[in-house]
Design a protein around this ligand. Structure first.
Ligand code: SF4
Length: 290
């Protein structure tokens, strides 16, 4: 952001057209190009997998991601619900229209022009909305004059197996780990393993769910660098989940998860909210800062 001649801060203007264009680009890219961290984690997991079938599944997963990237094709037929995390600098002024409408238009264009499956419907009639909207848009106001957009297409199979629970404070760290392990065990093959597990602890019911989803944005295999207790919990859960033996594709093996990412915030003295957001191996998200 520039200062004007009197030294006062000037508000930075961002036109909604730029937002629409960025959202469109990010959703097409996210659906066709798997992140380097995921590809690297899959490659590493190949040497950890002991089951021959598990190894074969991992090889096919990597081959599929490679073909998708080279041929600009979706990595999976389920091109997801359009989830966005948007950070708006408090010195930004959105001009030329409405922010939410601009984002929805970007999603609409991405799913139409990118030939991505439209997967959104009325929950009761199951009638498809035809353009993959509405999107799920989370907005945070932050310092500065930039606008960051994170596009995260989220597959239904893995989202279906996710869960949240209000534990009693006495459940503590052991209760949290038990709930995470039970959730992943019950999910079995349904969320297309190897999975990435996002865990949100604390806040309120809805905040724990948002934390769990945000945890999935952390690079695969990168430990929580802010809290040693959480880094330790991630390690233990990683081992515990891989000991379940679900394996790649749910066909048995060592590699059930590529990463467990835990985020936490304070909560009410009477509560211990925990959310587990399961992400399949098609762990898609792309971001851009305008
Ligand atoms: S859970 Fe993931 S890999 Fe499985 S069908 Fe859905 S998007 Fe595809």
């Amino acid at each position: 952001m520039d200062n004007d001649k009197k030294g006062k801060k000037r508000i930075r203007r961002i036109n909604v057209k730029r937002i629409t264009k960025t959202v469109k680009k990010l959703f097409i890219e996210a659906n066709t190009v798997l992140g380097k961290d995921v590809v690297e984690a899959l490659r590493k997991s190949l040497s950890q997998e002991e089951s021959a079938t598990g190894k074969q599944v991992l090889e096919k997963i990597m081959e599929n991601a490679d073909i998708a990237c080279r041929c600009k094709m979706p990595i999976c037929q389920d091109t997801g619900l359009a989830v966005l995390f948007v950070e708006i600098g408090q010195d930004v002024h959105i001009v030329g229209g409405d922010l939410y409408a601009a984002i929805e238009e970007g999603v609409r264009q991405a799913y139409a022009d990118g030939y991505l499956r439209k997967s959104v419907c009325d929950p009761l009639t199951r009638k498809n909305t035809q353009d993959n909207t509405p999107a799920i848009i989370h907005v945070d106001i932050v310092a500065g004059d930039r606008l960051k957009i994170i596009a995260m297409p989220k597959g239904g199979g893995s989202e279906n197996m996710s869960a949240a629970k209000m534990l009693t404070p006495a459940a503590g760290s052991d209760g949290i780990k038990k709930f995470v392990l039970e959730t992943v065990e019950q999910a079995g093959a349904n969320p297309c393993p190897p999975v990435i597990i996002g865990v949100g602890i604390g806040g309120s019911l809805e905040e724990a769910c948002i934390l769990a989803k945000k945890a999935l944005l952390r690079p695969v295999g990168e430990a929580n660098g802010k809290d040693e207790r959480l880094a330790q919990m991630e390690k233990e859960l990683y081992t515990g989940i891989n000991d379940l033996g679900i394996g790649p594709g749910g066909l048995g093996g060592r590699v059930t998860t590529l990463s467990v990412n835990v985020e936490m915030m304070p909560c009410h003295i009477a509560s211990l909210p925990v959310a587990v957001n399961i992400q399949c191996h098609v762990a898609r998200h792309k971001e851009e800062t305008i």
